[in-house]
Design a binder for this molecule. Structure first.
Ligand code: GDP
Length: 536
């Protein structure tokens, strides 16, 4: 009998792709992202005990020099990738650093996911960082699942929380579960679609466990155990069903509506429901836009793009790792792939996978997976790889920095090293570097001020350069394009003082103030001022 190998492979690629979910958790610091991550990994059987994520994080801190900054501030600068298996599914969880001082990395990680889980501290409601991160998800209409965390503590009124998400974040809420009481009187959640009560039991910190389920909102057992709370719940549910939106899968997938769950991450309560939503509703790997055409995840040929570069993940290997999101096809170890920007084939002998934070060699990968490529300087953020076809993936942005510093060398003889160091750090996406057309010291741009500390530390450690960072009167930057060459030449002549080139040679306008930017934009209608720009 003849076997059609090609179509068997096609089918396999499709099945493997369909069982993948790639997502990130977005939240304001302290909302419970780390705690929830631990619980999710627990379900996947990836770790035995809660607390491991943190413990391993700090072990890594202790062995790495520049990451000492992280340790000192008790935060995670470097985001990472965790892969685990849950039932039939392969889950890729991408960590986004959540500190106030977060960096552009945080933003770009969100370009590599197909959905996001938004965690809200129910005592605080929608907070600043969540707003920023959600704006980034908006750029690609990423579907969002919402978790209202910490209901084991006194929280805001649940209806008020939904209102706040709708009005502040501008996304419709569809409650899937509803809390029964809160704080000391937290009894559990009622599943609005399944008409089932999940009974809360506190203190289940470190084990995967089953919570008691009771079918039917008017079950006599519930009325007997929680007479007051159940009466209140019946009233609320009627109100909720009347006033809120029913869940609409299409609206969720289009990023217009978010299903909302209530629970308590630390008690592992409500976490299984989140996983179910992720598996049942969140999309598998999505088609990706490349120059010229859309790339479908089930295509046979491998393709992917680099969204992040991380240095010194393992101090034993002083290398840099490029994180590549697979967009299509089937990757196998030892495969030859084309580095499109350089127009060169590379053979990938030792790609890294991220099995719940252990670095291991990857044997194969499919759309949705993240693989790590060893990088000795030839890979930049935004680089695309394929099996030959010229596919430059789009939508991996640089964001206009909000903070600026002038870099002054302590020892002028080190100018060459400084230049090299800044160029590499810029290619990694650690910071942005601008050089004024009129010359002078380079100017660094960042989204979070911690980026400057990281750059200073790394210049010292890796390039032996001591530099001083000084304030500079730049408030914001915009990348410049003009409708025609003459306009560009006129604009350049008039505003040479404010113009600079970034590390990729793109022209940028460094505005001393917002007012100045607004006025300049008004005066030059034929010039386009971009707040983001594409990589590569
Ligand atoms: P992250 O900064 O978002 O990663 O937040 P963490 O996961 O580190 O949690 C911040 C704090 O909130 C920690 O002290 C957690 O123990 C606590 N926390 C997390 N989830 C819950 C919860 O469900 N209930 C309560 N009461 N505390 C929680």
């Amino acid at each position: 009998m003849e076997v059609n190998l090609a179509s068997a492979d096609t089918e396999n690629i499709r099945d493997e792709m369909l069982r993948r979910r790639t997502f990130a958790i977005i939240s304001h610091p302290d909302a419970g992202k780390t705690t929830l991550t631990e619980k999710l990994l627990l379900f996947g059987g990836a770790i035995q005990l809660a607390g491991t994520v943190k413990a391993r994080k700090s072990a890594r801190h202790a062995t790495s020099d520049w990451m000492a900054i992280e340790k000192a501030r008790g935060i995670s600068v470097a985001s990472s990738v965790m892969q685990f298996v849950y039932g039939e599914h392969v889950i890729n969880l991408l960590d986004t650093p959540g500190h106030q001082d977060f960096s552009e990395d945080t933003y770009r990680v969100l370009t590599a996911v197909d959905s996001a889980l938004m965690v809200i501290d129910s005592g605080n409601g929608v907070e600043a960082q969540t707003i920023k991160l959600l704006e980034v998800c908006r750029l690609r209409d990423t579907p969002i699942i919402t978790f209202m965390n910490k209901f084991d503590r006194e929280s805001r009124d649940p209806m008020e929380l939904l209102d706040e998400v709708e009005s502040v974040l501008g996304i419709q809420c569809a409650p899937i579960t509803w809390p029964i009481g809160m704080g000391k009187r937290f009894r559990g959640v009622y599943h609005l679609l399944r008409d089932e009560v999940l009974v809360f039991a506190p203190g289940q910190e470190s084990r995967e466990q089953e919570f008691e389920r009771i079918q039917g909102i008017d079950h006599p057992e519930l009325l007997r155990r929680f007479p007051d709370e159940m009466a209140e719940l019946a009233e609320q549910v009627e109100l909720v069903r009347g006033a809120s939106h029913p869940f609409d899968l299409q609206a969720f997938l289009a990023g217009r509506q978010t299903p909302v769950f209530f629970g308590s991450a630390i008690n592992n309560f409500g976490v299984r429901e989140l996983l179910a939503a992720l598996i049942d509703w969140a999309p598998p790997p999505q088609p990706r836009e490349a120059s010229g055409r859309m790339v479908e995840p089930a295509e046979n040929a491998f393709s992917g793009f680099v969204f992040k570069i991380q240095a010194n993940m393992d101090p034993q290997h002083r290398d840099r790792v490029a994180f590549l999101r697979v967009c299509s096809g089937h990757f196998t170890r030892g495969m030859r792939i084309r580095h499109l920007r350089l127009g060169r084939d590379i053979q990938v002998h030792n790609p890294i996978t991220f099995l719940a934070q252990e670095r291991e060699l990857v044997e194969e990968a499919y759309a949705g997976d993240i693989i790590g490529l060893h990088n000795h300087g030839s890979i930049q953020i935004g680089d695309s790889f394929s099996q030959g076809e010229a596919l430059q993936f789009t939508g991996i942005p640089y964001f206009a920095p909000e903070l600026f510093r002038r870099v002054r060398l302590k020892n002028p003889l080190k100018a060459k090293q400084l230049q090299k160091g800044l160029q590499q750090l810029a290619e990694e996406g650690a910071t942005q570097v601008f050089r004024r057309l009129q010359g002078g010291d380079p100017i660094l741009g960042a989204v979070g001020s911690l980026q400057f500390d990281v750059v200073a530390e790394r210049l010292r450690g890796e390039y032996a350069v001591e530099a001083v960072f000084e304030p500079v009167t730049v408030q914001t930057a915009r990348w410049i394009e003009a409708e025609d060459d003459k306009t560009l030449a006129d604009f350049t002549r008039k505003h040479e003082e404010q113009l600079a080139e970034d590390a990729g040679g793109r022209l940028a306008y460094l505005a001393p103030s917002r007012v100045n930017l607004d006025l300049t934009m008004e005066r030059w209608p034929k010039v386009r001022f971009h707040a983001t720009r594409e990589h590569a």
